[in-house]
Ligand binder design. Structure first.
Ligand SMILES: [Zn+2]
Length: 279
């Protein structure tokens, strides 16, 4: 008798709070997205690849994260694209199993394919400072292990200085992604972005990979392996779960597949303006 009206009141208050709260929160998320996009555009970042998070006990997100926007530099006059010689490790790669590739899924840019031509590619893995040193060391080791799997195909070198690196990897939560249909903000497990600029008249690019702190163990390694594939030029996703560049995370992560390497090799046989003089 006594409790019922009280519960009714509490319910009403909660309902109001939640309803008003959501109305207030949703526009904030929209604003955050606009601010993030503006920042990305103003710093000249071209395209972003993000990966939806993997919910272990519910469902796989079958929701490909395609590039969120693009901006091309207006002040550079890139010359017509040309091919670069393949590094020996990729030149000598031959898939005896004839597994094929997913080259048709790979996107190009105004400047051609995202191909590295100066080897070894300099990779900086930032040591996290907001966790204890032992955890930080473990994180760096796990990421290093996954990244260096690509060294079998393209020469990589780990460097201490983030400023001089071609690819910078950081343990940081990527900005939320707004679902274009439901407008609900979603977490991403990782995010890879690139910038194109000129250095001594050479058209150059740089990559940044953010790996979410929510990823650990084999999922952290799968995210690092996958994002590194993007940073090496695989700017697209495989439709097969058996490839490291499959568009969604899977329960049992896989190693770099023959199809991943076949695709990588085919990309490096294409022409690009990157790495060439702009004059
Ligand atoms: Zn991806």
């Amino acid at each position: 008798m006594f409790f019922l009206p009280v519960y009714g009141q509490i319910y009403k208050i909660f309902y109001k709070l939640i309803n008003n709260g959501l109305k207030k929160i949703l526009p904030i998320f929209k604003w955050q997205l606009i601010i993030i996009l503006t920042l990305l555009i103003s710093t000249g970042i071209l395209i972003i690849f993000g990966n939806p998070g993997f919910t272990q006990n519910t469902h796989l997100t079958l929701f490909p994260s395609y590039p969120r926007g693009s901006l091309l530099l207006s002040n550079s006059g890139a010359t017509s694209p040309k091919t670069h010689p393949l590094p020996p490790s990729l030149e000598n790669w031959h898939d005896t199993t004839n597994s094929g590739d997913y080259f048709e899924q790979i996107q190009t840019t105004k400047y051609g394919y995202l191909i590295w031509s100066k080897f070894p590619i300099q990779v900086n893995i930032e040591t996290p400072t907001n966790i204890n040193p032992k955890q930080a060391e473990k994180w760096v080791n796990q990421v290093t292990q996954a990244i260096m799997e690509w060294n079998n195909y393209l020469p990589l070198k780990l460097v201490e200085e983030p400023e001089n690196s071609d690819i910078k990897i950081t343990r940081k939560r990527p900005p939320l992604q707004i679902d274009p249909e439901t407008k609900i903000p979603r977490a991403r497990s990782a995010l890879t972005t690139y910038q194109i600029y000129t250095q001594n008249d050479i058209l150059t690019h740089k990559f940044t990979i953010l790996l979410s702190p929510s990823q650990t163990g084999k999922y952290l390694q799968a995210a690092a392996r996958h994002e590194m594939g993007h940073a090496l030029g695989i700017w697209g996703h495989s439709l097969l779960q058996t490839d490291a560049l499959y568009f969604s995370q899977v329960r049992e992560p896989v190693a770099i597949s023959n199809r991943d390497v076949n695709t990588l090799k085919k990309i490096y046989q294409q022409s690009t303006s990157l790495g060439w003089d702009i004059n």
